[in-house]
Design a protein around this ligand. Structure first.
Ligand SMILES: Nc1ncnc2c1ncn2[C@@H]1O[C@H](COP(=O)(O)OP(=O)(O)O)[C@@H](O)[C@H]1O
Ligand SMILES: [Mg+2]
Length: 193
């Protein structure tokens, strides 16, 4: 039996999380896997989407990320979702959880000890690394996602999982076969170190 049996052909999946938790990698793997298995899947990378739709307002002072017009992003994204009603649509990016339109909202979580190495590899400034690690320890994305999506919000701890394992958990959640409610992953101990 395939894990794809229960996945509806028109599911909209959003994948959010702190930078470097694996959103882009996992979303690409999921999209490729669905395409390989006969699904009409499409991946929207929210930062590219914001660029293409002229929604970038400026750069933050550190020049590490763009400031994006979230209200317009929400509008444009939902127009796009309507146009793609026959496809599986995957929307990935750390702003996706601030937009409406997902059938399943997935927040990737990562132990801050692991996240730190990944952020350092990406050459973020020390202050940006600290900010992101604290945000992860405090589950900021999950809390924000929960405000919009409530119980449609699911969290996956990607800390000791391969890309394929995370991908398969997302498929199980999107298919209605698994629930990973917000609140069960706790990285608060990191704040005490
Ligand atoms: N499950 C995983 N196991 C090991 N490394 C991973 C995993 N997922 C992502 N990575 C690595 O972590 C880094 C950040 O991943 P990326 O997908 O760019 O994160 P994001 O899009 O959330 O910023 C990349 O070097 C990627 O190869
Ligand atoms: Mg990314």
């Amino acid at each position: 039996m395939s894990i794809l049996n229960d996945l509806s052909k028109d599911t909209v999946i959003f994948i959010s999380g702190t930078p470097c938790t694996g959103k882009t990698t996992v979303a690409s793997s999921l999209n490729d896997y669905l395409l390989d298995n006969g699904f009409d899947s499409r991946l929207i990378k929210i930062n590219d989407f914001a660029f293409e739709n002229d929604l970038v307002l400026g750069e933050d002072p550190d020049k590490f990320y763009k400031v994006i017009d979230i209200d317009r992003l929400d509008e444009c994204l939902n127009e796009e979702i309507k146009k793609n009603s026959a496809n599986v649509l995957i929307v990935e990016g750390h702003l996706s959880h601030l937009c409406e339109g997902a059938d399943k909202m997935i927040v990737l979580r990562l132990n801050p000890h692991i996240l730190k190495d990944r952020l350092e590899e990406r050459n973020y400034s020390q202050s940006k690394i600290q900010e992101n690690l604290e945000a992860e320890a405090l589950a900021v994305c999950s809390a924000e996602a929960y405000e919009i999506y409530g119980d449609k919000t699911n969290e996956i701890d990607a800390s000791d999982k391969s890309v394929e394992e995370v991908r398969d958990l997302i498929i199980a959640i999107a298919s209605g076969n698994l629930e990973c409610p917000v609140g069960s992953i706790d990285f608060m101990e990191w704040l005490l170190n």
